[in-house]
Design a protein around this ligand. Structure first.
Ligand code: HEC
Ligand code: HEC
Ligand code: HEC
Length: 435
């Protein structure tokens, strides 16, 4: 996934003492700006997430996506006739989204989420096609070949994969459900492809379920360095104890104080896609998520990751000690006071307006899956929302694997899940997996 943390890394700690909160929106796309129906659908489907590597040449492709056999690259989908999709007819374009087969007849790797886009209606695909052909600027840039060596690079086995695992076909509304529910189901299973990240995968990398009717839908999955949490309706493991308004707010802003924030791939999905969606579409998503059967894997049996921990003063642990003694006697507390407390508070409460979130009642600190907390410390948070920018600096150059492990264990012990534990080796793996 494309993450630009350069800004976050460049900003020294001290310069952030007054939050640059809600400064001007620099993206050039305000959520309130009117957009065509096709542009809106491109937003909901987040085509840009994988097809844009440089903001000056949107949709020109070239993003490397790792597979177990080697990297593949997203393609140029600007209307350039030589290197992009300028020669695609509506039928060709529809076939890509519905079947994962391109104009040359090659089967695409399911890294392109056609297993979700297959649910999109003809009218939505037509609007999307018109948008790409008429509103996106053509860019001449040749596609990159995949790094997968022959014979593994042969694409015909993908046809067999599709035959075994893909449920082809447009979403069919359920007559006994409300319009809002059907709209939500259509968006979640289709364009917004929540399932691509949140549904666990089987041995052949297929998603184990493609709708609420199959077991395990949205039950949580590892993305290589990140964990996309269980968002089924379970009150402990999933979103069962969130209100509809909180789900809408999370998708719109990426943050619900006292519950969760969106960093990494989810932060990007909020930044590039969900925050542009209408309130009624986000409400429809919340309505549908309510009906996704609860899955509880027993990771936490009584306390949800959102309710772990409480305010705990850390400064008292190092008070009166000189730096060297503090580092020896209370290594976790001194790392916390030195690196985190300025923003998240000496007792982990964050700031009253929630710009700096509390570390107790915070899903990434309250869980035993520590990938996300480790990533956030290593790589920081940078997310644009409809009011401005959110920035947490990256600590990867300042802190060693050992220090990050000490800090993660201290933060989870103090503010979150006491059963959570990480080693320096595991931090190294997450560091090496990249952002
Ligand atoms: C999660 C990443 C991802 C997202 C999101 C995504 N794509 Fe793709 N797309 C890819 C990858 C990777 C390929 C190349 C696959 C391959 O080489 O087999 C691809 C290939 C394509 C192709 C085939 C082009 C060609 O000439 O072969 C088209 C067209 C396309 N995508 C359009 C779209 C549209 C439209 C959207 C939004 C509705 C979208 N993609 C969203 C990853 C993505
Ligand atoms: C590109 C991958 C990706 C997509 C697409 C995606 N998510 Fe997520 N989601 C994640 C990751 C990773 C996290 C964890 C983020 C973090 O901890 O900072 C997450 C977190 C969440 C959370 C917070 C859960 C918690 O316990 O903290 C909610 C709610 C959520 N996603 C809902 C959705 C919905 C609804 C959709 C579709 C409309 C969606 N996501 C699409 C990757 C994704
Ligand atoms: C300069 C201020 C600043 C500093 C220093 C800082 N943070 Fe943050 N932190 C933020 C901001 C801003 C966010 C994003 C809030 C949001 O997404 O709404 C954040 C988010 C987080 C999150 C939630 C991430 C998620 O995905 O749910 C955690 C956990 C966190 N910080 C822990 C830490 C730790 C541990 C340290 C010390 C190594 C630290 N922070 C240092 C400003 C800071």
């Amino acid at each position: 996934m494309r993450i630009s943390h350069a800004l976050g890394a460049a900003l020294a700690l001290g310069t952030l003492s007054s939050p640059a909160a809600f400064a001007a929106d620099t993206s050039g796309h305000k959520a309130s700006e009117p957009m065509s129906r096709g542009a809106y659908i491109a937003r909901t489907a987040d085509c840009t997430a994988c097809h844009t590597t440089n903001d000056n040449t949107p949709f020109a492709g070239g993003l490397a996506m790792p597979t177990p056999m080697g990297d593949i690259y997203s393609t140029n989908i600007t209307p350039d006739t030589k290197t992009g999709i300028g020669n695609y007819s509506l039928e060709d374009f529809t076939r890509v989204l519905r079947e994962g087969v391109n104009k040359q007849g090659d089967h695409l790797y399911p890294a392109m989420p056609y297993t979700a886009y297959t649910k999109m209606t003809d009218a939505d695909i037509k609007a999307l096609y018109d948008y790409f052909m008429n509103e996106v600027a053509p860019v001449e840039r040749a596609n990159k070949e995949s790094d997968i060596p022959w014979p593994l690079s042969m694409r015909w086995p993908l046809a067999a994969w599709n035959w075994m695992f893909m449920d082809k076909g447009v979403y069919e509304p359920q007559a006994d459900k409300s319009d809002a529910w059907n709209r939500g189901a259509y968006l979640v299973q289709g364009a917004t492809h929540c399932s691509t990240c949140h549904t666990p995968r089987g041995l052949a990398m297929q998603e184990k379920a493609s709708s609420e009717q199959e077991e395990g839908f949205l039950a949580g999955a590892d993305l290589g360095g990140w964990h996309a949490f269980n968002i089924t309706n379970d009150p402990i493991d999933g979103l069962g104890n969130w209100s509809d308004a909180e789900i809408v707010q999370y998708l719109k802003t990426g943050a619900v104080q006292g519950k969760a924030q969106a960093a990494g791939p989810m932060g990007e999905a909020v930044e590039h896609s969900f925050r542009f969606m209408s309130d009624s579409d986000l409400q429809a998503i919340a309505t549908y998520l309510r009906s996704v059967p609860a899955v509880n894997e027993g990771v936490s049996e009584e306390t949800s990751r959102f309710t772990q921990g409480e305010p705990t003063p850390v400064d008292v642990q190092v008070r009166g000690l000189d730096l060297d003694t503090a580092k020896k006697q209370a290594p976790g507390a001194s790392l916390y006071m030195g690196n985190c407390a300025t923003c998240h508070g000496a007792d982990g409460s964050g700031s009253p307006d929630g710009y700096y979130p509390s570390l107790y009642h915070n899903s990434v600190v309250g869980t035993t899956r520590l990938d996300n907390l480790t990533q956030v410390i290593l790589n920081g948070v940078h997310r644009e929302n409809n009011h401005g920018e959110l920035l947490m600096p990256a600590f990867k150059t300042q802190l060693s694997d050992e220090e990050v492990a000490t800090l993660v264990n201290f933060v989870t012990d103090t503010f979150g899940n006491p059963d959570a534990e990480i080693t320096a080796d595991e931090v190294k793996d997450i560091r090496d997996s990249g952002e």
